[in-house]
Design a protein around this ligand. Structure first.
Ligand SMILES: Cc1cc2nc3c(=O)[nH]c(=O)nc-3n(C[C@H](O)[C@H](O)[C@H](O)COP(=O)(O)O)c2cc1C
Ligand code: SF4
Ligand code: SF4
Length: 293
């Protein structure tokens, strides 16, 4: 009952758990014993089969599998609903970081939070580029501010507007015009030494991947959200910075500066650091529209 990379030992009791959870239809239970079938080559190494086998009868030779207790010896109960809700509600986008530097060890811990996020087809192709240097980030802000100025001039130029509309970019232009005042304010503040772009962060996490994976945008943003949710447990705050992403998409100079792999797209960007302000109150959110059918 063995194959290239999955072996099922004689301990198998034929419970069928592996067949229940395998997304690639790889297991069959015949005469109370499981065996991999011809779909085996489709395995994407998610490890669900090994996790649910009550007899530890599946050996997946491409995966190093540990028990929950090995990695988390103090594991007792899982978090309660209230604890999870509290964690979710206490996460805030930090708009003013202190100048205390996040350590490399903590950055590694944060990346681990992203590493265990789900990915479409279990692609696991999410990559991280970390800029952990305030001086470099100030240079990035300078470059972005130059781009904002150029963009504002373009948006105010009737001839440029005409060309943009003719090229079918009317929607983008309208949206950009709505945020004109914000760009103006960012420039005005930066010129006075006030950082409303990266909020004085010294660490930027750029989250990027190949465009040709099955769900690149979702994968990067789910990983980013894992990091943002878990960061406060280390006393760290995180803020999604869409301006970096938009600047990367639209400015050659910003793109060159960030120097991501040529075939990658930047899908998410987090500024991280220690929050300067203490958040003391929870803010309610409007009820979402929910349809029960
Ligand atoms: C954007 C996205 C789409 C997914 N679509 C499906 C799906 O249609 N069916 C499914 O069974 N799993 C789907 N998954 C789950 C992944 O296959 C799963 O995350 C991966 O196999 C790793 O397993 P894990 O989440 O238990 O660690 C999706 C995951 C993501 C992030
Ligand atoms: S690792 Fe995932 S895809 Fe591969 S056999 Fe196990 S459950 Fe199926
Ligand atoms: S989950 Fe384990 S014990 Fe159950 S059928 Fe699969 S290999 Fe056998």
């Amino acid at each position: 009952m063995s194959d290239d990379f999955i072996t099922i030992t004689d301990d198998c009791i034929g419970c069928g758990n592996c067949a229940d959870v395998c997304p690639r239809y790889i297991f069959e239970v015949v005469e109370k014993k499981a065996r991999p079938n011809a779909n085996l080559f489709r395995c994407h190494d998610c490890g669900h089969c090994v996790s649910v086998c009550p007899e530890e009868a599946i050996v997946h030779h491409r995966l190093i599998v540990k028990s929950l207790e090995e990695d988390f010896p103090k594991k007792g109960k899982t978090l309660s609903y209230e604890e999870v809700l509290e964690t979710i509600r206490q996460r805030r986008s930090i708009r003013c970081f202190s100048n205390k530097q996040v350590s490399e060890e903590q950055i590694k811990q944060l990346i681990d939070l992203g590493r265990y996020a789900p990915t479409g087809h279990n692609d696991r192709a999410v990559c991280y580029t970390i800029i952990n240097d305030r001086e470099k980030l100030e240079h990035l802000i300078d470059t972005m501010i130059s781009f904002f100025k150029k963009l504002i001039n373009q948006l105010k130029n009737p001839f440029w507007n005409l060309i943009a509309y003719a090229a079918g970019k009317g929607g983008t232009v309208k949206r950009a015009k709505k945020s004109l005042y914000r760009l103006d304010s960012h420039i005005e503040h930066w010129e006075k030494g006030i950082d409303k772009v990266l909020h004085y962060s010294s660490t930027l996490i750029l989250i990027h991947t190949h465009k040709d994976t099955s769900a690149p945008k979702e994968d990067c943003n789910i990983a980013a959200q894992n990091i943002a949710l878990g960061a406060p447990t280390l006393g760290i705050g995180a803020t999604f910075i869409g301006y970096v992403q938009k600047s990367w998409e639209n400015s050659r100079i910003v793109k060159d500066l960030l120097d991501l792999p040529k075939d990658h797209h930047l899908y998410a960007c987090l500024a991280i650091g220690y929050p300067k302000n203490k958040y003391r109150r929870l803010i309610p959110r409007p009820e979402p529209s929910v349809v029960l059918k």
